[in-house]
Design a protein around this ligand. Structure first.
Ligand SMILES: O=C(CO)COP(=O)(O)O
Ligand SMILES: O=C[C@H](O)COP(=O)(O)O
Ligand SMILES: [Zn+2]
Ligand SMILES: [Zn+2]
Length: 309
């Protein structure tokens, strides 16, 4: 089984009204935990690499680890560049064996975002690689509660249609109130589902992507805080909101923070309870297991993609 693009995964997800999980990977234990979960759940899988992960672990190491995961699991896996910030990094990943890239031109004015995205799409499609772009900027904690700022940062539905038509992009990340990291909402969690429904109605059959979609599981936050950490006031996107998003054309849901929290909580607990231990395999094994169990839970109960591999 080779690496695959997300094309077929998204087609099936759109039809079945569920979402494929896109999990950020940085090292071997994270990859193994996620892939073991996908194998047990027989779920479709996207592994994504940020520029920071690529710098931390190196392209070649991540590439070989993911190739090993494909061979070891027998799963079809899509390898995706997360938040590519320029043409060069997208090109490097396309040339270096990734099957999907994101060009994140969301910080540029509309026309510049279109031009940059189009350039990446032309290069990628020529090599059989698919492209995700971003329109609208993810709200930070301030933006989500500041209604007057809302339209400035959230994705405009008319622009989304024009953007997709003019760039030929394969999927689009939209801003409807989610944000990156562990502190997504100050008060009641709220996403702009009206906007999502409108975008989805205006782009029938087209896969949308939700970034900043970790649920920030309270058990891991509590575990971090109990064993010497300081992760106070963390709050994520409620599970039922993500399930609902899957019914409105959201085919890809990005998860990084939940992996970090699961792994950190597990390591903190182990080292706290075993202060004289320094064999890293002793604390990385339960950390990998924590990731696996968390990802299985997501696939079953949040993404609804178990059994859809
Ligand atoms: O969107 C993400 C990666 O692109 C991850 O979002 P979280 O911080 O909510 O996990
Ligand atoms: O969207 C951001 C992801 O969580 C990746 O984060 P990172 O750039 O720290 O690797
Ligand atoms: Zn972005
Ligand atoms: Zn993101």
């Amino acid at each position: 089984m080779p690496l695959v693009t997300s094309k077929e995964m998204f087609r099936k997800a759109y039809e079945g009204q569920y979402a494929v999980g896109a999990f950020n990977v940085n090292n071997m234990e994270i990859i193994q935990g996620i892939v073991d979960a996908a194998k047990e759940e027989q779920a479709p899988l996207i592994l994504q690499v940020s520029a920071g992960a690529r710098k931390y672990a190196k392209h070649i190491y991540l590439m070989k680890l993911v190739e090993a995961a494909v061979e070891d699991s027998g799963l079809s896996i899509c390898l995706h560049l997360d938040h590519g910030e320029d043409f060069e990094i997208c090109k490097a990943c396309i040339d270096g064996g990734f099957t999907s890239v994101m060009i994140d031109g969301s910080k540029y004015p509309f026309e510049e975002n279109i031009a940059l995205t189009k350039k990446v799409v032309e290069y990628a499609h020529d090599k059989g690689v698919v492209v995700e772009a971003e329109l609208g900027r993810l709200a930070g904690i301030e933006d989500a509660v500041n209604v007057s700022d809302r339209d400035a940062t959230f994705t405009d539905p008319d622009q989304a249609v024009e953007f997709v038509e003019r760039t030929g992009v394969d999927s689009l990340a939209i801003a409807i109130g989610t944000s990156h990291g562990a502190y997504k909402f100050k008060g009641e969690p709220k996403l702009d589902f009206e906007r999502l429904e409108k975008i989805s109605d205006m782009l029938p059959g087209f896969p949308l992507v939700l970034h900043g979609a970790s649920t920030v599981l309270p058990e891991f936050v509590e575990q971090c805080n109990t064993y010497g950490g300081n992760v106070k006031g963390a709050q994520g996107v409620p599970e039922e909101m993500l399930l609902k998003a899957g019914k409105y054309g959201v085919c890809k849901i990005n998860i990084d923070t939940d992996l970090r929290l699961a792994m950190t909580a597990s390591i903190r607990k182990y080292l706290y309870e075993n202060p004289s231990e320094f064999d890293l395999r002793k604390y990385l094994s339960p950390a990998r297991e924590a990731i696996k169990n968390m990802v299985k839970h997501k696939m079953r109960n949040v993404l609804n993609c178990s059994g859809k591999a």
